[in-house]
Design a protein around this ligand. Structure first.
Ligand SMILES: *Cc1c(COP(=O)(O)O)cnc(C)c1O
Length: 356
């Protein structure tokens, strides 16, 4: 606390990310990173960009990356916004698109950064409780809304709302921006990814936010993007260009472009994570855990006989990190990132030992 702080700083309640401890041989299943490294083509592109040209500012518009993402999704470049991680993209979204007279709506159990951005930008909000089975019910959003945001699949539950329901929500609120935060959507289906990007050309009030941190194994590079009607994107550009001309550096732009170009690597790793998730769910159910059906690279699990906080502490003593949120309704749940089969096996073996 300092007398030099502005009033808004006194009142902030900052987001607390999952720990990144420096422990050897850690099995890190607490922050939903990808257990596989980035595509070798990404690393090669970053190396190739590491040269003399770093003396120059990057392209403030990151056009090469916007072009790549637009082409990947069959859209126009004017429908794409890019930022320094989707957390930064979301910050611009909250400031530029979600602050209205009526409150912003989001679920009571969701990404805990949302209320933090509301505090930073003075956005009034109302939470809408998930149903008892932890699903989002679109009917519950039939109330005055300045805007709506939630992740799909939701975090930390992993539950996926079908696209038809999102479409119903968009029709229910034609005059409100609906933001779908798709950090985990690439783990949502093998044959088809259930992304709301398929709807952006039909709904000018839809904004889809994605990240390269999860399915593309680039949490350390900090690249996220938003896709929507060009007027929404222009609003975000106005905020960005009033804040930082160059949120993406040269290496990030080069690496992100290469990540989209290596589609085969993306497909292989996401399919491996999906397969490991299905196995982990089976193994944990066999131990008596109840698990919310997950379309993400994590599972949300509780055990009827074992306290979640105690389990998290005991796992930590074995150098296995999982995430426990000491929050109403979910304090008996653990959020466990899907690791390699070896890491998931070590987790299951440790739990088996506790339970004998
Ligand atoms: C991980 C995550 C993000 C942030 O991703 P970055 O691009 O790494 O900033 C955004 N939303 C949700 C729901 C997430 O889980």
């Amino acid at each position: 606390m300092s007398r030099f702080w502005s009033r808004v700083v006194h009142d902030l309640v900052p987001y607390v990310p999952g720990e990144q401890p420096k422990i050897a041989n850690l099995i890190k299943l607490n922050t939903n990173e990808n257990p596989y490294g980035p595509s070798p083509q990404v690393l090669a592109a970053i190396r190739a960009a590491t040269d003399e040209t770093l003396k120059l500012y990057p392209d403030p518009n990151a056009s090469a990356l916007k072009q790549t993402i637009a082409a990947y999704h069959g859209l126009q470049m004017e429908q794409v916004f890019v930022g320094n991680g989707s957390d930064e993209v979301l910050a611009f979204v909250f400031q530029g698109l979600l602050k209205h007279d009526a409150p912003l709506l989001f679920p009571d159990i969701t990404y805990s950064f949302y209320p933090v951005y509301c505090g930073l930008y003075g956005v009034s909000y109302r939470t809408v409780p998930l149903r008892d089975d932890f699903t989002i019910a679109v009917d519950d959003y039939a109330q005055p809304a300045g805007a709506i945001i939630f992740p799909n699949p939701n975090a930390p539950t992993g539950h996926l709302l079908p696209l038809a329901q999102i479409e119903a929500l968009l029709q229910q609120h034609p005059d409100a921006v609906v933001v779908i935060d798709e950090a985990y959507v690439d783990f949502g289906g093998i044959d088809e990814i259930p992304s709301a990007i398929a709807l952006v050309n039909r709904y000018p009030n839809l904004l889809v936010v994605q990240t390269l941190s999860k399915a593309r194994s680039l949490a350390g590079l900090r690249v996220g993007f938003a896709i929507g009607h060009k007027d929404l994107i222009e609003g975000l550009e106005r905020v960005k260009n009033s804040f930082n001309s160059y949120p993406l550096d040269r290496l990030a732009i080069a690496g992100a472009v290469a990540a989209f170009e290596d589609r085969a690597y993306f497909e292989t790793t996401r399919n491996k994570v999906i397969a490991s998730r299905e196995q982990l769910v089976k193994d944990m159910q066999a131990l008596g855990f109840e698990i919310i059906p997950s379309a993400a690279n994590f599972i949300f699990a509780r055990h009827p006989q074992h306290d979640a906080a105690t389990l998290a502490t005991k796992l930590r003593q074995r150098s296995i990190l999982v995430r426990h949120f000491k929050l109403p309704r979910i304090e008996q749940y653990l959020r466990i990132t899907v690791g390699t089969d070896g890491q998931c096996g070590a987790l299951v073996d440790a739990l088996k030992e506790f339970f004998v």
